[in-house]
Design a protein around this ligand. Sequence first.
Ligand code: TXA
Ligand code: MG
Length: 335
Amino acid sequence: MSVPLYLHPMKDRNTIRFSDSDRGIRAATFFLRKGGLVAFPTETVYGLGADARNERAVADIYRAKGRPAHNPVIVHVTDSAAGTMLIDLPEAGMKAAKAFWPGPLTLVGPVRGDSGIAPICRAGAETLAVRVPEHRLAQTLLKAFAGPLAAPSANRSGQVSPTHADHVMEELNGRIDGVLDGGPCAVGLESTILGFDADGTARLLRPGGVSLEDLERTLGVVRSGIIIDDTAPSAPGQLSSHYAPGARVRLNADAPGLGEAWLGFGPDPDRISAISINLSPSGNLEEAGTHLFAALRQLDEWLNGSGVIAVAPIPQSGLGQAINDRLRRAAAPRT
Ligand code: TXA
Ligand code: MG
């Protein structure tokens, strides 16, 4: 008797590309119900989904990604009502949920006793990260599945997040059951992650698709808490070398040096490299965010994963904070 594919360990899975159609959704849902792994688009990046109530399915996410066991995953649900049933949120958290869900925001709070979420999603923490994505296909899939989906970004651990179904295939083909192809992701940067201090004040844990300025407009004070730490398991997501292309990354460059590739923003300098991509010639940060990860992948491919990518300075305002955060991690010393 043949053993279903989803029971196999992390190799030799036949990775199917599910289309954006009723049939595609039905097939993707089928695999998820069986404890399989299906990548799906959100407005930020593609997530690698599994039933968040199924310990073994979520363990398979860690295996497929090569993700360290101490790094918790985000649980995705269809709406704020479902989200606030999983975690306890202070007033500021409820406000943030109301203002930014569905959308590119993840909220972290103490998990409720009756959440039904497999503890492995928290990787030992008392808190759980929850997100309500806005993407039409993500919503359709969550509704068809009718349950919470654990989903970290659908890349191998330490690599650049995928913003196209092709990127997912490049990294995880043969290791997951499928990818639901929803085309390119509109935001292109991962969600902003917000936690809360004991006094109920919001704390920015990762800059992302919702800008700090927008959060502050809604919440008043938002403390910043981005800790760059390579080793401490207690600081999940804060590993400094991350989003790393093979090529080295040189930040805040005026122009490319001889032989360097160029990642531009705003008007290009006079001396331009043959290998170059401009994230937004008009200097639009939203546009730059949308294209950042695909551009890093493309330049890395053109450079065969070696050499240097010189990057133009990018303003720190709005989405610039998240873009600069990802670029700094891409440029961080490799371990
Ligand atoms: O946009 C996104 O957030 C995408 C899409 C798929 O939703 N997901 C994503 O997941 O970027 P991932 O696993 O690549 O990044 C989630 C980050 C990790 O750095 C993890 O350490 C942090 O969230 N995280 C998860 N649970 C946490 C918790 N309980 N407390 C603090 N950080 C947490
Ligand atoms: Mg990730």
